[in-house]
Each structure stands twice: as C-alpha cells, then as structure tokens.
Design a protein. Structure first.
Length: 374
C-alpha cells in the first residue's frame, strides 16, 4: 500500500452492502478481502482478512453500506491522529487543528459529510477525542457491549468499538441496528452532576451552555479521576507491549510509537496490581456518584485542541486524554458532543452514564440538541 495523500482520510475505498445508512471503519477492524494495517508500515504486507469484524458483519446485515477503511494514528497508539505514512486527515471544520487520535480518519469522514456514521476504537479516548476535535458526536459504549471479534489488538481490557455521527438520530438508528435500542425521547433529564476539571474558560463555556438549555447541574467530584487516568496509561502501555512488541523487529515503525511500545516492557506486576486496584476503587466511585446523579457531565478535553504545529512536540499533548481515559479504565459508557467554540477551536461536553445505559446518553444528547435549536 502506498501512503495516502495528507488530505485523504481513507486507506481503502469500496462499496459493500445495500441500504440507507453509509459508514466507514477504522483500519483496525477486519474487512473480508482487505488487509488490516492499522496505519503502520510494519503491517504493510498483511494478508487480506478472511472475514468481517463482528460488528461490521452485523451492520451490513442490518442494511448499512460500507464505503471504505479510514486511516488512524499508527497502531492506534497516539492522540493527535498525525500519521505521515498512511495519511493525516484534514480536520474538516478546523483545518489548522489536529484531527485527534487515534481514530482520526473515521472522525474526519463523518465531519466532512462523506458518510452518515463511522466506526472507531476507543482504548483511552480514541473515539471521543477526535470527535471533540472535529466537532461531532462520539460514543464509547460500555466495555464489552459491542463485539471486538476481528478488531486489532485481539485482547484488551480497555478497548471498545465506538461510533461517530453528526446527528443524534443517526446514533439512535445505529444503536438499534446493533441491538441496543434507545427509548423514546426524554421530556426532562435526570439529575446531572458536573465535574469542574478543565480550564476555567472551558468549564465556564460548558456551564453557560447548559444554563442556556435550562440546566443547573450539581457540582460533584470524582477524587480518583487523575489516578484513574494514570492507571489507564499503565494498563494500555502493558497491553500494547504484549500486542505489538514483536513488530519492533521491523525498523519501519515510527520512532515515537516504537518508544511508547518499548515503555511497556518496564511495567512490572506491582504496577499492574496498583493499576487494577485503582480500577476497582474508581469504578465503585463512579457507580456511587451515578446512583445519585444518573448523568455525569464534564469537559471532553481539558484544554483546547492544539494546532498541527503545536502538536509536533509530543510532550504538549500528553494530558489531552486525562478526562476521557478514566472511563476506559472503569468501563462506563461515555458520549461527547460539541457545545461551542473558544478562540476558533471546538469545545465538547462529555456525558457519562451507568454501565449498559448507552440509550440514556443518546436521549440526553437529543434533549440538549433540541434545546440548542430553540
């Protein structure tokens, strides 16, 4: 495969299936007859997959049209979406900004209107972050809700197949086709707890936007949020070392991704034990708060999305996932939706619900979108 042009979000274009909703998938999901390369030159010679990933097979069987596979941050191990080999998608509405990673191409083709929805994967925010950067909706379901059969890497205690869309009604339709039907629209929202944890300007914009929709959420705290972010980094580093360390024999992996893979080798049993203990305590903390306020709200990104130039320094983007990664560790469903702009850059709200309550997140997003139009 030759590298795609910088403005192209696709690594393969084709048409499979017949129906009314068209979609694209991240190149970590198998499509029969096409190789899965995960944006990595070390996988350039991969043979074609023998069958579709489970979730793709379901959608094709439910009358959806698959239009192609999208590029991503190499090996889905990065937050910017920048990939000089398989292509860095242009952020359609904010072309100077990063498209976000790792599911950059899937977010870009939805934001540009090329497809109705797209599939990505979310191990540490890799659906919600690019959705926030591109100004669209991004849903990470409860861990284990959607099949990961035929998804790279094969084993993960954090990763979920997630969905991008521009409109809530499309998310509602997609969930129904995945046997996750959403109940009727809500007349009122259940209690919402808001976590102040982004920059003052971002939190103020979000609270003002909610107030304009008639909401005055209770301010709450998750004291282990920062610990959960760091524990999530420990787990993903260990699991990606297990999954991808054999590829390090191939010198074609980019230096920054290779360095992050190698870092996983040093994670010992004590570090993993500590991370798992935090997983249990943080999960219980989130469950306890959701028993009081069935919806949690907080910024998706703690800072404004950086420009492509700003993101050339890897240290400048380290903390961009600190508000999304914790809910990979706990496994709770989370959805991001656009809420406005600051300094010409998008600001997004993240909603979190109890496990198995993806439908409530869609209903809440519908409620908020409806009141934005009034």
């Amino acid at each position: 495969m030759q590298p795609v042009t910088e403005s192209n979000s696709y690594v393969e274009r084709f048409t499979l299936g017949e129906g009314d909703l068209c979609f694209a998938v991240k190149d970590t999901l198998d499509i029969a007859g096409f190789p899965t390369r995960a944006g990595c030159p070390a996988l350039a010679a991969n043979p074609p997959a023998e069958q579709h990933a489970g979730v793709v097979k379901t959608l094709l069987g439910q009358g959806c049209i698959l239009t192609g596979k999208t590029t991503l941050h190499e090996l889905a191990f990065g937050v910017t979406g920048i990939n000089p080999w398989s292509g860095t998608p242009v952020n359609p509405h904010f072309p100077e900004l990063i498209p976000g990673g790792s599911s950059s191409g899937s977010a870009a083709v939805v934001a540009s209107g090329e497809v109705d929805f797209a599939l990505g994967t979310d191990t540490g925010g890799s659906v919600r972050m690019p959705a926030a950067c591109c100004g669209i909706l991004g849903l990470k379901p409860t861990y284990g809700t959607l099949s990961r059969a035929g998804v790279m890497p094969a084993h993960s205690s954090l990763d979920c197949v997630g969905i991008f869309a521009r409109h809530t009604d499309v998310l509602r339709q997609v969930l129904a086709r995945l046997a996750l039907p959403v109940n009727a629209p809500l007349a009122t929202l259940p209690a919402v707890g808001f976590i102040l944890t982004a920059t003052l300007e971002i939190d103020t914009l979000l609270l003002n936007a909610l107030a304009q929709r008639g909401l005055c959420p209770q301010q709450v705290e998750l004291p282990l949020l920062g610990d959960a972010h760091r524990a999530g980094l420990t787990v993903i580093s260990h699991e990606n070392w297990q999954a991808f360390s054999p590829l390090l024999r191939n010198a074609s992996i980019s230096a920054d991704v290779a360095a992050r893979i190698r870092a996983g080798e040093s994670i010992d049993a004590d570090a993993l034990h500590t991370a798992e203990a935090i997983r249990q305590r943080f999960t219980a903390q989130v469950d306890a708060q959701l028993a009081k306020t069935p919806l949690l709200a907080l910024a998706t990104l703690p800072e404004l999305p950086p420009t492509l130039e700003e993101a050339k320094d890897p240290l400048s983007v380290v903390n961009l996932t600190r508000l999304v990664r914790p809910f990979n560790l706990s496994g709770h469903p989370a959805l991001t939706l656009p809420m406005g702009e600051l300094q010409g850059r998008p600001v997004a709200l993240q909603l979190v619900a109890a496990k198995g309550q993806e439908g409530l997140l869609i209903q809440a997003a519908e409620w908020l979108a409806e009141r934005r139009r009034r």
